[in-house]
Design a protein around this ligand. Structure first.
Ligand code: UD1
Ligand code: CA
Length: 453
């Protein structure tokens, strides 16, 4: 049994934002959500989130769930006061793990090793040793290395300030100990706050041993207080994610120029060139190549497909052997069947492009159902919108649409029909027919151009 308490009531003044700090994002996901995800990996029975500043916004953004309980701390009187708000709900036979909502990179392995330090006779404290410990609570030990207390920066004397081992804030404490100690906290300190850290001295006085654990990486314990720190943590995250993906066999041209704000699954021999941004859930088959500067959001891309540079793909499904771009924009509900080609400056939306069909240049295909082996010439537009309503275009197998055609929907062009270049098609076209819808060309011989007077 495990109770997890996440402190998330702070304002985050230095973010200079209307949004509560814990809702700012890392890899596209709120800091607090990262912490909740870790908590869930530990199979907590209950997750208590202490909210205060922007409590409604936090609740709304994170949402409700069976395992989550929001506890309101109306006044932020310190970390100890924050945990006191949860006291009535805590199981005194379970361990409680205290996490911070603005420390998003904390790793599950680290938390597991910390939890192993806590039982009904011990307390687990996550500490790190820093070259510059400024701002953090210092870990006070006796000659035998036993932890006696934590002294906050503002309350520390000159000798204590030299201590480099600091409190990360993350601790694992038995529920019954919190019930005993938290009501005894006092705020007679430099900040006039109820310090959670004062329970360390209480523990050492009643012979509850304080065991320290260290994170695998110091960056796991970094909190975010301003935009610079947010950007730094984003880089830590992306670097590590990139390293993991490369280990799994992904060919990343430059891991320092890669951003994945979501999940990425991929087959063998996939490569991603520089400056791509991937969001949401992305699935790549085998041998998929993504060129530089692509933005891909929630997409499945089949085996042997190639996405050329500067393409934007959102909520789309691409089957095997397709080619997209450069400079293509596939909008939501685009489906490219096997072997389809979508070339430069082509926009698609709610469009199914059949097997082997091509839309190679400068076109808009929206609300359209395109069959197999269709060729859509350069500059073709499906006119799907009359200013009020949207209509569908249906193009059957083997159709050839000449360049610079306007297909005014609703419209149905049947199998193997041909549309002459430059046509504006407003009526359905029968199978195998040629449709020409433009004024006949007139040539005037010996034309005299106007002359300047
Ligand atoms: C705290 C620790 C310090 C540690 C440091 C690590 C205490 C007294 N000090 O200091 O030893 O080195 O974290 O970063 O615990 N919060 C609430 N309600 C409150 C006060 C804070 O929810 O009333 C939340 C904040 O939103 C934040 C976290 O608790 O997420 C830490 O609070 P903060 O004020 O930043 O603590 P520090 O002074 O940094
Ligand atoms: Ca802090």
């Amino acid at each position: 049994m495990l109770d997890i308490i996440i402190l998330a009531a702070g304002k985050g003044t230095r973010m200079k934002s209307d949004k509560p700090k814990v809702l700012h994002t890392l890899a596209g996901k709120p800091f607090l959500q990262h912490v909740i995800d870790r908590a869930r990996e530990l199979k907590a029975s209950n997750i208590y989130i202490v909210v205060g500043h922007g409590a409604d916004q936090v609740r709304q953004c994170i949402g409700s769930a069976d395992d989550i309980e929001y506890i309101e701390q109306t006044e932020q009187l310190g970390t100890g006061h924050a945990v006191q708000q949860v006291l009535p709900y805590l199981n005194d036979k379970a361990k409680s793990l205290i996490l911070y909502g603005d420390v998003p990179l904390i790793a599950t392995k680290t938390l597991e090793s910390l939890l192993a330090c806590a039982d009904d006779k011990t307390l687990g404290l996550l500490t790190v040793t820093l070259d510059d410990p400024t701002g953090y609570g210092r870990i006070i030990k006796n000659g035998e290395g036993q932890v006696l207390a934590i002294v906050e920066q503002k309350d520390a004397d000159v000798e204590q300030l030299k201590i480099q081992e600091v409190n990360t804030g993350v601790m694992a404490v038995h529920g019954q100990h919190l019930q005993q100690w938290l009501p005894k906290l006092r705020n007679d300190n430099a900040q006039g706050e109820y310090y959670l850290t004062d329970i360390i001295a209480m523990a050492s006085k009643v012979d509850v041993e304080v065991k320290t654990a260290a994170p695998q990486k110091i960056s796991e314990t970094f909190g975010v207080n301003n935009r610079q720190q947010q950007a730094e943590l984003e880089r830590f995250y992306q670097q590590e994610f990139a390293a993991q993906l490369m280990q799994e066999g992904l060919n990343l041209m430059d891991p320092a120029r890669f951003d994945c704000r979501g999940s990425l699954r991929f087959g063998k021999d996939c490569s991603i060139d520089v400056n791509c941004v991937l969001e949401g859930d992305i699935v790549l088959g085998d041998n998929v190549s993504i060129g530089p500067n692509c933005h891909i959001i929630n997409a499945t891309i089949g085996t042997n497909s190639e996405i050329k540079s500067h393409s934007i793909i959102e909520d789309a499904e691409l089957h095997n052997d397709v080619t997209v771009g450069p400079f293509a924009r596939l909008r939501p509900q685009t489906l490219l069947s096997a072997g389809a080609k979508v070339g430069n400056f082509v926009e698609t939306k709610k469009a199914v492009i059949g097997k082997g069909s091509k839309v190679n240049h400068l076109s808009y295909v929206g609300d359209a159902d395109v069959g197999e082996n269709v060729n859509i010439g350069a500059g073709t537009i499906t006119c799907n919108y009359d200013g009020a309503n949207k209509f569908k275009t249906k193009i059957d197998d083997g159709v050839f649409v000449g360049s610079n055609s306007a297909l005014v929907a609703p419209i149905h062009i049947e199998e193997n029909a041909t549309i002459a270049a430059g046509s504006t098609i407003t009526q359905n076209v029968k199978a195998g027919a040629l449709s020409v819808a433009r004024t006949r060309q007139k040539n005037i011989d010996g034309w005299q151009r106007p002359k300047k007077k």
